[in-house]
Design a protein around this ligand. Structure first.
Ligand SMILES: [Zn+2]
Length: 539
């Protein structure tokens, strides 16, 4: 056996980390063939070479599937992971060694006094391995490879299907495109999927959180945006216009950390919305005020449906619009005392992208709109999905400037549906058995969490609500089916319960990212096969 001892697993992990598979990089495209090569060394895959495969995505990347099938058995557990990692700019002077965990860890120990206090404490009390991807989540992938090897030796009462995908950290193209392939594999081999088991690391819920978590779902997320279209003017005559940067800033004031958007389900609360982008859309400096600007917000969801989200967002925009109009009017009135003029009232329209579209169709006709959208899409250049979305809304707003000043609500990709299997009998049984096992065997108290808070690909493993309930999202997402989509039909069909049991790590997406090696390759390495076996054995 090649991936079973702690030493073997640390070496495998270091090898995986040494391939710098940053999302969107060449190494991300290359890593799957390393995995296929590695898996193909196992005798089982030498006998069944067609069971391990690098499957292409539509944008030239690959996700890997590897099926260990037992004769005449349908029950299958999917082990899912992602092999992309976030970039390493945050490592600063240590950047060169970010992908060499053993070297980096030794260097950090040599400079221990310069490390943050919490890191020093960990270094004194545990066995931590530093490096990009050690915790998030190449450790999970290494453990899954170990499970595949065990499955090849007949360790489980069912089939194991390893799935590892790219692009989890950005758009999840890997997982979105994997779902139809998983359905195909099930048909081809007569599989019945019992659970999708992920091994994302535990994320701390607050600084200093030492709890051990097992997750029965994954948080949902949308990316609402507002296009602010004010009125252009020269800086010398500001009251004749409305500055879009001012509008955007008022929207941010309205939404930033606004806890009325938090959702609480069985004592678990979503973090409040926070701004991810706020900028004007002016291309160069001039003394014309910026009259178009955009803001994007991260908004987490648990059980709320899209209908429950759109109205509060519009209300926030209406509140902001009212404040902007009032402030503009007040200052204009005061300025009139210096320089008599009749202030114009700046009433602001608040509407959805869908409403703006309907107006445009009525006034300008479908043909003109389609031409405009085709133009924007054809000039994609280096624009990502956010920039493309903004360009589509911006062009539409420019066309319909008779409605300005206005604030237009839209959604940008990605969209992560919330998923929770806490009410699924199999998951309930296995979680409570694992809690007991962890306590008895390892003296560990698991805390069950309904939603993994770090955003994960488990979101694409089924839909909590009928696909039709996503209509408000689809109708207000300009890029939907024009470069971004989610296989809704397949997701409705797929619908497999989920579970996340992963290693302990700290500081994901930071230069101090680190993995608790003893927990991962002693404790979890013991518990993971037990968990898989229970998922097969329980009813
Ligand atoms: Zn991750």
């Amino acid at each position: 056996m090649k991936w079973q001892t702690k030493e073997q697993l640390v070496d495998l992990l270091c090898e995986l980390v040494s391939i710098p598979s940053i999302t969107g990089s060449r190494a991300e495209i290359a890593l799957p063939s390393f995995l296929v090569d590695q898996l193909s060394t196992l005798p089982y895959f030498q006998q069944h070479p067609d069971h391990v495969k690098a499957n292409p995505t539509s944008d030239g990347r690959f996700f890997v599937t590897a099926l260990v099938k037992k004769e005449g058995v349908a029950d299958t557990i999917i082990l899912v992971s992602h092999f992309d990692v976030v970039d390493v700019e945050d490592y600063g002077a240590w950047k060169e060694s970010a992908f060499h965990p053993k070297k980096l860890t030794a260097m950090f120990h040599a400079h221990k006094a310069e490390m943050p206090t919490a890191v020093q404490q960990d270094m004194e009390t545990g066995n931590w391995l530093f490096g990009r991807g050690t915790m998030d989540m190449k450790c999970g992938l290494a453990l899954h490879m170990a499970m595949v090897e065990q499955a090849c030796h007949g360790a489980f009462d069912g089939n194991i299907l390893l799935l590892t995908v790219p692009d989890e950290e950005v758009n999840s193209v890997g997982m979105r495109e994997a779902v139809p392939v998983l359905l195909d594999i099930a048909k081809q081999h007569g599989l019945r999927y019992r659970t999708v088991l992920n091994s994302e690391p535990m994320f701390t819920r607050y600084p200093g959180d030492l709890n051990k978590y097992i997750y029965t779902g994954s948080i949902g997320k949308v990316l609402p945006g507002f296009l602010c279209y004010g009125k252009e003017t020269h800086v010398g005559e500001p009251f004749a216009g409305l500055n879009a940067n001012y509008m955007a800033s008022q929207l941010t004031c309205e939404l930033e950390l606004n806890t009325s958007f938090c959702e609480v389900v069985e004592g678990e609360a979503t973090p409040p919305p926070t701004n991810l982008m706020q900028k004007d859309l002016k291309k160069e400096y001039s003394v014309q005020i910026p009259h178009r600007a955009v803001t994007l917000f991260n908004l987490f969801l648990l059980e709320k449906q899209m209908d429950d989200v759109v109205e509060p967002l519009l209300q926030a925009a209406r509140n902001a619009a009212k404040r902007i109009t009032e402030a503009h009017g007040k200052q204009a009135g005061q300025y009139a005392a210096f320089d008599p003029f009749t202030p114009q009232s700046m009433d602001i329209n608040v509407l959805t992208y869908e409403e703006l579209m309907a107006h445009a169709v009525k006034v300008y006709g479908t043909e003109r709109l389609e031409r405009m959208q085709a133009d924007v899409l054809a000039n994609r250049g280096a624009k990502d999905d956010r920039d493309m979305t903004i360009a589509l809304v911006d062009e539409l707003a420019i066309l319909c400037k008779e409605l300005s000043p206005m604030i237009v609500l839209f959604f940008a990709p990605p969209y992560y549906p919330a998923v929770s299997s806490r009410k699924h009998p199999l998951i309930q049984t296995v979680v409570s058995e694992m809690e007991q096992y962890a306590k008895e065997k390892h003296d560990i108290t698991f805390r069950m969490q309904n939603y993994f808070g770090g955003i994960s690909d488990l979101s694409y493993v089924g839909l909590q609500y009928p696909a039709a309930s996503l209509r408000p999202l689809v109708a207000n997402m300009p890029l939907w089916d024009r470069g971004y989509s989610i296989p809704l039909q397949e997701l409705e069909e797929f619908d497999v319960p989920v579970l996340n049991v992963g290693p302990v790590g700290r500081d994901a997406h930071q230069w101090t990212e680190r993995l608790d090696v003893d927990y991962a390759f002693d404790t979890l390495m013991d518990m993971l096969p037990v968990c898989i076996q229970k998922l097969f054995a329980s009813v």
